[in-house]
Ligand binder design. Sequence first.
Ligand code: SAM
Length: 266
Amino acid sequence: MNTHDDRPKKRFGQNFLHDPSIIQRIIDVINPKPSDNIIEIGPGKGALTKPLLNNVKQLHVIEIDRQLANNLAEALGHPKHLFIHQADALNLDFSKFNLKQLRIVGNLPYNISTPLLFHLLEFSSYIEDMIFMLQKEVVERICAKPGNKQYGRLTIMLQLHFDVEQLFIIKPGAFKPAPKIDSAIVRLMPLTSPRYPILNVECFSAIVKAAFSQRRKTIRNALKNYLDEERINDAGIAPEKRPETLSISDYVKLANLYHQLKNRQL
Ligand code: SAM
């Protein structure tokens, strides 16, 4: 029985889907099959959970809000194939399910979407695909091309490991309460190996982080603690370029050079 205050909690980014045609459109994109290992992040009151349950043999859901997690099974009629984990998806070890080829889906809380995507990167070898609703601006950052204003660290870290695709836009009226911004659906499909061969993941992360913490500077200035102008030139990159104009393969070249330098191989 729901005896609690069930007003949406802003701190958990709770905007609940209520438009049946949008819910169906998302389910069509997910295209759940009985044997799929689906994990839903943030089931809330079950808008997506319910139709997913109709299509799969088992469904794991991760909900941080204890009250929503406690109410969900009852709201959905205690389905035996629903496994509710009251947990913070940001800290969750996605390898613990002992399942491979995970399909991770959800209408994600917008306040944690970027750190959550970085967290999920660590589990890309367990993932078959991910289909998320996010704020449109974040989806544009994920799918951006070099030279574009949205192109940045999130773009590069994700596109190195995933094929990404923006699917469709959802207007605020599909949610209660309505957010102030548009949302979009994105699909991320892990690559079997990184898009370009990288020698060391930590060096790559460090180079990309440094480049975009100094976005308005030239790449020479942004990376001055990592690579000198000559090395940047050696990688075939003009040192006066801006960080957002370099391609992912440029960053891989710079990171590989940095790794070799660090290990005194150059
Ligand atoms: N899926 C539901 C829907 O579409 O109506 C709810 C979506 S709502 C935008 C986000 C949900 O994620 C909420 O239920 C919220 O409590 C939950 N949530 C927020 N932060 C979370 C976290 N760190 N880990 C797991 N769930 C979280």
